[in-house]
Design a protein around this ligand. Structure first.
Ligand code: SF4
Length: 380
């Protein structure tokens, strides 16, 4: 190893190797643009003419992962929207606070590769417009409870060290007792934690998987132990913890791998720290398969037996996925999490195969969505 010359500390690494920042003219003087200028001091910033988009990068500018351009956009679409579920399967009723698109990490199975064609990291910089829209929804009837999250079209925390988006959102939400915010991530960044003034209204959510699968298929992420350590820190600060096993993939040794992952949870967390756990079997849109073939990677877990589901997604055969879901659910149940475990986008038949009941039998009017809302708000 070569020592750094004395008096010349190494310059701080640029987060995610971001090489260029584009800004819509209307967002160029926003608080977020100022924060990004501070966190990425040496990175070129280009202000776009109204209506213009960041140009495609030349092939020789693209790094291996291809996600090094940040675009601070004046977003004009819907800031609050329902999760893109389907009526054919039980949906958890989560609502998305839309903060941006794409993710700097690189998971082989990432559904965003099917949703978005480009690799540009987009963040909505007009947070004042976002807060106005959220106030219209959350402030209209304070007796109506919302369970919302930012981790649907991007990772909730991956760009937090650059944009400070979550800190600003937490500050806005402190006045809304009727909203619980779920922050879902594979990046153990807790730089926002000191901005939480209502720990009973914030859920820190972590995606988990079998350790070896995570090591092979999730690029640029924090390790499982780092995520669980971060979850423990959040629990100690009074936040609820949510865990998401998604995607549950079928590969040789899956039982040992998912068993190990479940057991790891309890090295860090007590059952009462956990608000809920979701189980989602691996499923994908045809566009993801096409893109993976173009990129020349077709991981082994995609070679199993699949069918096309009622939502148009390709999913594992029921005879393969039910034993996996049941195995993980039973292991969680043995640790006291039976009522806190649910299935992501599955039919009543699969629910009954796994739990012996469907969500309508959860005992709360409104089934799964009401059950999860109650768990999120009334942690007692
Ligand atoms: S962390 Fe989530 S959003 Fe990011 S690449 Fe992985 S699956 Fe996609």
């Amino acid at each position: 190893m070569t020592a750094e010359p004395r008096g010349k500390p190494a310059p701080p690494a640029v987060p995610w190797d971001i090489r260029r920042v584009y800004l819509d003219a209307a967002a160029a003087s926003s608080p977020m643009a100022r924060r990004v200028a501070e966190t990425l001091p040496g990175v070129p910033r280009i202000v776009l003419e109204p209506g213009a988009s960041p140009p495609e990068l030349a092939p020789d500018e693209l790094p291996a992962k291809g996600k090094n351009v940040l675009y601070l956009k004046e977003y004009k679409g819907r800031f609050l929207r329902p999760c893109p579920g389907t009526r054919r399967y039980y949906c958890c009723g989560y609502q998305i606070v839309h903060i941006g698109e794409n993710c700097p990490m690189d998971c082989s199975y990432c559904i965003l590769k099917a949703y978005f064609r480009d690799n540009v990291l987009k963040v909505w910089a007009n947070q004042e417009d976002q807060f106005r829209a959220l106030h219209e929804a959350f402030g209209a009837d304070r007796s109506r409870r919302f369970r919302v999250g930012t981790g649907e079209f991007t990772d909730s925390l991956a760009l937090e060290s650059v944009t400070g988006h979550t800190r600003a959102l937490l500050d806005f939400l402190k006045d809304y007792d009727n909203v619980v915010l779920e922050l879902k991530s594979k990046k153990a960044d807790l730089s926002w934690l000191d901005a939480v003034s209502r720990p009973d209204r914030v859920l820190s959510a972590w995606s988990l998987n079998a350790p070896e699968f995570s090591r092979l298929e999730e690029g640029g992420v924090s390790s499982l132990t780092q995520r669980l350590q971060a979850a423990k820190t959040c629990a100690q600060a009074g936040l609820g913890v949510c865990l998401h096993f998604d995607p549950i993939a079928h590969f040789p040794g899956w039982k040992a791998g998912y068993g190990e992952a479940v057991d790891m949870i309890f090295d860090y967390l007590k059952p009462e720290d956990v608000v809920y756990v979701s189980l989602g079997s691996f499923r994908y849109l045809p566009e993801l398969g096409a893109r993976m073939r173009r990129e020349g990677r077709m991981p082994g877990y995609m070679a199993g037996e699949f069918v096309t589901g009622l939502d148009g997604k390709t999913r594992l055969l029921r005879s393969l996925r039910v034993p996996q879901l049941r195995f993980i659910a039973e292991r969680l149940s043995a640790r006291g999490l039976a009522r806190k475990t649910y299935l992501c986008m599955e039919s009543g038949e699969v629910w009954r195969d796994v739990f012996g009941r469907a969500p309508d039998g959860l005992g709360d009017p409104g089934g799964l969505a009401a059950h999860l809302r109650a768990l999120a708000f009334d942690r007692g």
